[in-house]
Structure formats: C-alpha cells, structure tokens
Design a protein around this ligand. Structure first.
Ligand code: ZN
Length: 758
C-alpha cells in the first residue's frame, strides 16, 4: 500500500529535525516564570523558532544576534498558545543566534537558552525533466551550502539518491528510473550539521528516449533511424541545422523507426533527434542528436576498358574534397573499397581478364560527410591479348588464347610506319582463337593487333601491335599409300625442317606425328593413321612461323585386300539409285564413269554419288569411241564432261575411262588424264544375268582388281546386291579407283592406261 506523500514527508521532515540533534536545552524556573525550551530550524521561508506554551507568561521578546554584534529584538509574540515564529529576514549562509525573554504582567522574566543556526535557503528544483537516459534535475544554488543531497520519493519510500559537492553544478540525472513511473524529488542543502528545508517537485511519467542509430546519406535524402522504444505510441523527429534550435520535423507511428529527409542540400549539415510518446508520457531526447553533412551522390558512372585498366569516371560533386571508389567482383554481395581519389576518375589496374566488375563511387564533403552511392555500373575486364602469327600457303593466320570475357574479337592491321589502324575483320564467339588474313602479299610486312569485345563493350588492345613478314608457307597434300597416308608438301622458303601434326579429335588438339630435320625433304608416309575415318594433318616449319593448310584424308587400311567396283555409261534414273542404295547400306565405295550428256539429265544421281564418297570418273560426253575422232573432239568430249560434273559436285574428275576401253597413242597424248580400264569384265551388258555377273566376280576377283559393270541394267543392280556383301565377307575393302591405286603405291600419270592395282 502506498502511503500518502504528505504523511511521508512529514515523517521525513521530523527525521531531519531529529537528525539535527539540537543540544539539550536549558530548562527550568527563572524567577517566577517558567522558561520553555526553544527549537530553531531552517524553514522553507526562513528560520523557524518555536516552543511550547508555558504557564504564567504573557508574551515573549525574540532576540537575534549575528556574529559579535549585540542582540537585536526582532519580534514580540503572544504567549497564549504554542509559539512558532519565522524569521523571514534571515540571509542564507549567515549564522544566527536566537533566544527569547519571557514577560509576565509587565515584568521581565526568564530568558531562554540561546540557539545557534546557519540559515540555508531551501533549494528550489528548477528543472525536473525526462531526458535521454533518465530524469534530469536542476536546482537553484544556496548560499552557504557545502553539499546538496537529492531525495526521491517513488510512491512508497523516500531515499537519498545523490550527495553532490556544492562547488559543482546544481544538477543531477537520475538514471535509475522505470518507464511510465512518476517520481517526486527534493534537494536539501547541507553545511556541517546544518540543513536547509526542502521544496519538492514531481516529474512527468518517465519514458526511455529513443536511441539514435544512424544518419546516413543516400541519393537525394538523409536517412535517420533509431531503436524502437517498447510501448511507444508515436515518435517525434526533430531536426536542426548548425545555427537553429530543434524543430519538430515529423511525427511517425509506433511501427516506423526511420525517416527520409529529402529537404537537404549538398554541403549542408543537419542534426536529428527523436522523442518517444505514450499517452502523457514523453521521453527525453538525445540533445546531441546525430549529425550529418549531406553530400550529393556522384552520378553518371561510366566504365571503359583501356590500356589494361578499367577506367571509372563520374560526374564531380560540388564541394567534394575526395571520392571513394568501390568495387564488386563477379556476383559478390559486398562492396570493397579500392581507392580514394580527388579526381572524378580512377584507373583500376588490379583486374583479371574475363572477370565482371561492378563499380560505384561515394563523395566526401568538406565536413567529412560521406555521400550515398548508386547501384553502380558493371563491366567485364577485357585485357589486351598476345597474337601468335603464322604464314600459311596463301594467307596469314593469327592465333590467340581465347578469353572468358569475350563474346568476339576485332582484328586490326596497319603497314609498318602507318599511324592509324585499319579494321580488318571481326570474329564472333568468345571461344574462337584464330583469324585468317587473306589479303596479304608474299614478302610484305604487316602489323596486327586484336581487341576483345563483349557485346558493345570494347576491350583494351596492344597499341604497339605485332609485326610480321608474310612468306608463303608450304602447301600440303595427302594421298593414300601402301604404308597408310602419304603427305607431300612444297618446300618452305625459310626454316630448318618440318614438324608434322595430326589432329586428335578426342583431345581436341594437335599431336606431333614426325619431326623432319631437313628442309628439302618434302614427303612423309604416316603409318599411324586412323583407318575408316577422316584424318587431319598440318605441317609447321621448324624455326619459322609457318603453317601449311589443314589437309583432310579418309584413310583406308593398306594391309587388307581392296577391290574397285566400276560402273560405266550411267547415270540411270533407277538402276544408279538401286546400286547406290546397296553401297550406302554397306558403307562401300565405287567409281562411276559417267557419260557427260546424261549428267545434267539425272543430276540427283551425280550429287548422291558424290555425297556417298564414291568417285566420279569421265566416260566422255557422248560415249564417243576416242580412237575414231580427232584430237580436239577427244579433248572436248572429256573436258565438257568434267565441267558438267564439277558444276554439280564441286569436284573435277581426275580419271578417264575411254568408251570400249579403246585407246591408242593419239588418245594417250591428247587426253591429259590417266586412263583407267579393268582387270575383271563381268560382261553384264551382254548376258544381262545377275547370277552370271556375280559368278564372274567371284571367280576372278583378287586384291587390287578393277571390276567392270554398267549402271544401266536391273540385272547389274541385282548382282551388286550379292557382290557387295560377298566381297566384304571375303575381307575386301570396297574402294574407289583412285584410292585403290594409291593404296597399291601406284601414282597415276596422264597418258597412261591402268588396269588394276597389281
Ligand atoms: Zn561404255
């Protein structure tokens, strides 16, 4: 149960009085009058002099003495009741002595004992206010006080909460307070055994002041935030500039713990503080507040790759004394401060090629305020690349290591001594690693450079460039040979030998096949080719930046028997396709000696023959018996047919079968191609019987045979359906005439007739 404050205070005042320990007074009869004991205490209005009513006394005269001066009567008081006289003229800090003289029926009676007291004004609480961290008390100073004692009544008891020396400021903050509690305070001035009276004063309900967290610059505003106060119903946000007092800026609800102040100017300094309110309880506020210089955000960030740096530029901020540059690498979550600069530009040299970097910038104001920042801009670092340059037979090959950040490359060239670069061409695809310059002349020097691109972004480039003198490199050709694959090339104009490479598709890389230490050696038989597949070769010239063309050849095993099926007089719209169906089914090759006049009539046959890897040979344009015509007709018959085939397939036939197998010395000298006849004649044109044709093949075939048939007859197509699987079962490889001759080591020459590979 709470006691009433007034009863408690009475109790307290009494205890103070007892505490004063007034000396035992002189008491007793003095003449015929009885003399009271007087009490002298400091009162809130002066010095209170009191005593109890006595018998046979009419009045008292009260005397006061100060220092060595004589006592002066300060009052006459009636003695009919208990006496209480207050000397309101007492001056704080002055020591007085009081006594009284009794009178009865006009006769002077006894004199009381003399009491001394140091008068002390009762301190007045001038301020009882909720502040940040407690309740602030301030009181008036009291002359003569040596010490102040602060007392607090919390509703149940009075306690001394502070003793402060009177030489210090008359203020105290009571931090030991609870939210929504009210307190009553009073202060007693003390000097030795003397104490003042007191005047009490009550606080408002206490409430914790919001703790300010931060004031941060953002783009166009200052953000102020604070920690919530439990139970608060609203918050009052105050703002001031350097020269003004706190002004209420905004009132926000209990679920809002931050505000954005957009009324800010670049270079201006602003302070903020916050008060919490619940009903009639109003918290104090942090009088220091949070202080912030507002600084504009550096805008318009621009990034570019140049000289193996990323150049970051931004719009300068008026009054800024420095800028901080921040970077994020890849998808990193946090910014890393990488530089502080006074210019509105920074070159970031600490970059790795192909990595994406994001940049942003903060400005620092004159008063140390740091601006907010934008989300920044992103750029992939595209550093300059090194070119390796090679001469090829008819072009320059530029090679580089592909870069992870590139979506393509741009190639530039200039002549030695020229100032500016000429754009040569672009390569699309970051994984690309080469570019071929076909516009070069033998023996001429060029300077090249390369630039990575990523979308519309341009990379750095080597400004000096890479000098190179083009010299025609050897031209490589490949044919089959009894050892596998024969490589032949033209002689290099420089270097000390040759390095032969084969492409290994499983590794996606080139592998050295042989090293030749003689520049005049121009042929090499490769025994390790992969049979039944395309093999890719190239040659590097030792000690020279030279590369041949890449040569492709379908390799066939020379250790197994081979046979060449040949079909004359076609194409035929059904029979040719029937035969091609069989060849396609067994992945077998044959040679078709076509009649030129039929080529354009049955184009689809010719195209399919080429697509299936069969060889197309020449059987004259009109099936003309060459021995019966003149030289110019011979040439015309052959070349007209070759033109027709090349036009359709892109491949110009290299062998001729003279109709009827007829060739004499004038044919041999006029036709500038090797002439191919046969070693097995099935006579299919004559017997038109598939059994007979098949039997003829089975009876006569041997390793290296060239077998004659005609793709004009259904019986020949039927025979093919039996012959092909039969020969494969017997271990034969079904190849073209050219392949067969090469595998047998026979390199055919114009003007000669060939019958077989043996
Ligand atoms: Zn014929």
């Amino acid at each position: 149960m709470k006691k009433s404050l007034s009863s408690l205070l009475r109790l307290f005042v009494l205890s103070v009085l007892v505490g004063m320990a007034v000396s035992p007074v002189f008491a007793g009869n003095y003449g015929r009058t009885s003399v009271p004991e007087i009490n002298v205490v400091n009162n809130s209005k002066g010095v209170a002099i009191s005593w109890e009513k006595q018998q046979n006394i009419d009045k008292y005269s009260i005397y006061r003495r100060q220092g060595l001066s004589p006592a002066v009567k300060i009052a006459d008081v009636s003695a009919t009741k208990n006496v209480l006289y207050i000397d309101k003229n007492a001056v704080s800090g002055t020591k007085y002595q009081y006594y009284a003289v009794a009178y009865y029926k006009g006769r002077r009676g006894a004199k009381t004992q003399t009491e001394s007291i140091l008068y002390l004004n009762a301190p007045k609480l001038q301020r009882v206010e909720n502040i940040c961290g407690g309740i602030s008390l301030e009181w008036s100073s009291v002359a003569g006080a040596k010490e102040y004692r602060v007392y607090r009544f919390n509703g149940t008891k009075v306690a001394c909460i502070s003793k402060t020396d009177a030489s210090s400021e008359c203020k105290y903050t009571d931090a030991n307070v609870k939210n929504y509690e009210k307190y009553t305070y009073f202060v007693v001035a003390v000097n030795g055994k003397f104490k003042s009276a007191c005047k009490y004063s009550s606080s408002d309900k206490y409430m914790t002041a919001p703790k300010l967290k931060s004031a941060a610059n953002a783009n166009g505003y200052i953000s102020v935030s604070w920690e919530p106060v439990s139970g608060a119903e609203k918050y009052l946000v105050y703002k001031k500039t350097e020269s003004t007092k706190w002004a209420l800026m905004k009132t926000v609800g209990n679920n809002v713990f931050s505000i954005k102040d957009t009324d800010v100017k670049n270079g201006g300094q602003y302070s903020y503080t916050v008060q919490a309110v619940k009903g009639d309880a109003v918290s104090g506020k942090d009088e220091n507040g949070v202080v912030k210089e507002y600084v504009n955000v550096p805008g318009n960030i621009k990034l570019a790759n140049s000289n193996d740096c990323i150049t970051v530029k931004w719009d300068s901020v008026s009054g800024a004394c420095a800028y901080r540059v921040y970077r994020k690498e890849g998808n990193a979550a946090t910014w890393e401060k990488i530089a502080q600069t006074t210019n509105a530009e920074y070159n970031d040299k600490d970059i790795n090629d192909g990595i994406s970097y994001r940049y942003t910038v903060k400005a620092i104001g004159k008063k140390g305020g740091v601006s907010g920042h934008l989300s920044g801009k992103k750029l992939v670092a595209l550093k300059s690349l090194t070119l390796r340059i090679y001469s090829m037979p008819d072009r320059v090959l530029l090679n580089w290591s592909p870069s992870a950040g590139a979506t393509g490359y741009r190639i530039y060239r200039k002549n030695p001594g020229a100032k500016s670069w000429t754009f040569l061409g672009a390569v699309t695809g970051g994984a690309m690693s080469y570019y071929e310059d076909t516009g070069v002349k033998d023996g001429k020097s060029y300077i090249y450079t390369i630039r990575q691109v990523n979308g519309s972004q341009m990379g750095s480039y080597n400004a000096t460039g890479f000098s190179f003198k083009f010299a025609k490199a050897p031209l490589l050709t490949a044919v089959l040979s009894p050892k596998g694959v024969r490589l032949q090339w033209t002689k290099a104009s420089q270097g000390t030998g040759y390095i032969i490479d084969r492409y290994i598709s499983e590794n996606n890389s080139w592998s050295v096949v042989a090293t030749i230490n003689k520049i005049t050696t121009l042929t090499f038989d490769h025994t390790g080719a992969e049979y039944g597949k395309d093999n890719y070769y190239r040659i590097r010239v030792k000690d020279a930046d030279m590369l041949t063309n890449i040569e492709t050849i379908f390799a066939i095993d020379p250790s197994k028997p081979v046979v060449a099926l040949t079909y004359d007089d076609g194409p035929h719209p059904t029979v040719t396709h029937d035969i091609l169906d069989v060849l396609e089914k067994y992945d077998a090759k044959a040679t078709f000696f076509v009649v030129g006049s039929r080529v354009n009539e049955y184009k689809d046959c010719i195209i399919r023959e080429a697509e299936l890897g069969c060889e197309i040979g020449n059987h004259t344009y009109n099936h003309t018996i060459l021995t019966s015509v003149g030289k110019s007709t011979m040439v015309n018959q052959v070349e007209k047919t070759n033109d027709a085939v090349e036009k359709l397939t892109g491949i110009r036939p290299v062998i001729v079968r003279p109709p009827g197998g007829s060739a004499n010395s004038s044919v041999k000298s006029a036709v500038e191609y090797p002439l191919v006849n046969w070693s097995v004649d099935t006579l299919d044109w004559k017997n038109r019987n598939s059994t007979s044709v098949t039997a003829s093949v089975k009876r006569n075939v041997r390793d290296g045979s060239i077998i004659l048939m005609h793709d004009l007859y259904g019986s020949t197509a039927s025979a093919t359906r039996e012959i092909v699987p039969y020969l494969i079962d017997e271990g034969y490889q079904l190849v073209t005439v050219t392949q067969l001759m090469q595998l047998k080591g026979i390199y055919m020459e114009p003007g000669k007739i060939y019958y077989s590979g043996y």
